[in-house]
Design a protein around this ligand. Structure first.
Ligand code: BG6
Length: 492
């Protein structure tokens, strides 16, 4: 089965931080895939920018190497690599001085009035500086878009400052705030499941849903990003953005249309309905953990404290929390969120557990009747499972069995699941902001997160230890078991 490809308009994509990790690992491979599928018109150009003195030839050579590492051999046809590399240019530019800006301007001028996208794959301290330069140097045309990624601030006040600085130059409709989880195939599938089927939506509320679990488990540690991570921790790195966005997509009302403002209007209502977690209740509603030395699928793993500069770090690498949504649809339905590094397996899932049946007509020998569960598997092995009770086949009386109606997307469609960045970068070119965060969403998410961070700071309580390669501190299990529930054990 092949996917349907619609080419985009010609564009110039300028990547600040073009010779950085995100560019080589994610952005250039994503663009290569879109190029290979014929979705990028011949005239489109990709311009790497950074302080480094690199020529076009150097950049093309470095990109060739990066593609070698990050694109599967089978997808890397040599002729396509060559035509892709021809699109690339490199201009040394210093974001903080005037060096290089005129050269960038001259190159962009050759593109006339075409779409320009500036991807700021740089430290967030530079978002405002670069935006001001783009404005001051006249590079921000009406057909210009700017792309930024988290961390957008460290708390509400700093997020407002970042948004203000970018907003001085760009209109909200030109600003694309990436949360790459929104570009994942299965996350978009959640929209299809909910709103293209008549089956689930009537049950999607407190009358029929017992609880929701959202797990994003990683096996990696801080992977060389200790400096950033030790200041962020799991709360700011994963919960403030990816986890909250997933929660919003599960919980939001059906938007009037699948367009940017309708979707974002519904998500923000969820954000504003989140039950506050603060110094009064955080001990009951959140568990923080930090991994100690241990194991895992990749063998022995060091302690977090030995991977970062501060051996006494109190930064959390694991969080489990119970969120509540105070609105008519969800009042009383817990949303359990769990994320961590150095867990036993890499698995991200959303599990919607429906309420137990009101009365069983079966004899006790028939066995236990489990709650129906809809399991949306984000990664790896994207797919959807609906867990149901059936009669155990064969003779021997009525015995019940809990089985999944199981749909693996890879098996069903047999196509490579595109990386989130492939979708998101092209959405920027198409001018479609549906899968990007609006300013008020980012700020509302911080408004919910700040009291949690403040409560921790005030309590001086340190994260609970867990051995690398386990499912976090035992307190995470206690958090959900206290409510008479368990973490969905098929994760992994
Ligand atoms: C990033 C976080 O946003 O998401 C990382 O900063 C995390 O810490 C990553 O590892 C997870 O993304 P994915 O797509 O691998 O699930």
């Amino acid at each position: 089965m092949t996917s349907r490809i619609i080419a985009v308009e010609p564009f110039d994509l300028v990547v600040f931080g073009g010779a950085g990790d995100l560019a080589y690992r994610k952005l250039l491979p994503a663009l290569f895939h879109r190029h290979a599928d014929g979705q990028i018109p011949a005239a489109a150009r990709i311009v790497g920018v950074s302080r480094r003195a690199m020529s076009d030839a150097d950049y093309r050579a470095a990109t060739r190497e990066a593609l070698g590492q990050h694109v599967a051999d089978a997808d890397r046809e040599p002729a396509l690599v060559e035509t892709f590399l021809k699109r690339l240019h490199f201009i040394p530019v210093d974001a903080r001085s005037d060096a290089g800006w005129d050269d960038l301007g001259t190159l962009l001028q050759k593109g006339g009035g075409r779409i320009r996208a500036f991807y700021l794959a740089v430290a967030p301290e530079l978002f405002g500086t670069i935006s001001a330069k783009l404005g001051g140097k006249g590079l921000a045309t009406p057909a210009t878009r700017v792309i930024i990624e988290k961390p957008i601030g460290h708390d509400l006040a700093s997020a407002v400052a970042v948004n203000d600085a970018i907003g001085q130059i760009f209109e909200e409709g030109q600003i694309y705030r990436i949360d790459h989880y929104l570009g994942k195939e299965t996350v978009q599938n959640l929209m299809a499941l909910r709103f293209a089927n008549a089956l689930f939506e009537p049950l999607w509320n407190a009358a029929h849903v017992d609880h929701v679990q959202i797990t994003v488990a990683e096996t990696i540690g801080v992977a060389g990003r200790g400096d950033y991570y030790d200041h962020a921790g799991a709360l700011r790195d994963m919960v403030q953005n990816h986890m909250i966005q997933l929660l919003c997509l599960v919980a939001m009302e059906p938007p009037a249309e699948m367009n940017a403002d309708s979707m974002r209007d519904e998500k923000i209502k969820v954000l504003r309905s989140l039950e506050p977690i603060n110094a009064h209740n955080s001990a009951r509603l959140i568990v923080r953990g930090q991994y100690r030395a241990g194991g895992g699928p990749n063998g022995p793993a060091p302690a977090y404290a030995s991977e970062v500069a501060n051996p006494a770090s109190a930064t959390e690498t694991f969080i489990a929390l119970r969120a509540g949504i105070n609105n008519w649809r969800w009042a009383g339905v817990p949303f359990y969120l769990r994320t961590g590094k150095r867990l036993p397996t890499r698995a991200s899932e959303i599990v919607v557990s429906f309420r137990a049946i009101p009365h069983s007509i079966f004899a006790p020998e028939a066995g236990e009747i489990e709650q129906n569960r809809l399991v949306i598997r984000l990664q790896p092995d994207e797919g959807v499972k609906l867990n149901l009770m059936i009669k155990d086949p064969g003779p021997g009386g009525m015995r019940l069995r809990y089985v999944p109606l199981d749909m693996s997307f890879a098996e069903a469609f047999g196509i490579r699941s595109p990386d989130a960045y492939e979708r998101l970068i092209l959405d920027v070119i198409r001018g479609n902001q549906t899968l990007f965060m609006r300013r008020d969403e980012v700020e509302a998410a911080w408004a919910w997160i700040d009291p949690i961070a403040e409560a921790w700071q005030a309590s001086n309580e340190t994260p609970k230890p867990y051995p690398a390669g386990t499912w976090g501190p035992a307190a995470s299990i206690a958090l959900i078991e206290r409510d008479g529930r368990t973490w969905y054990d098929e994760v992994g």
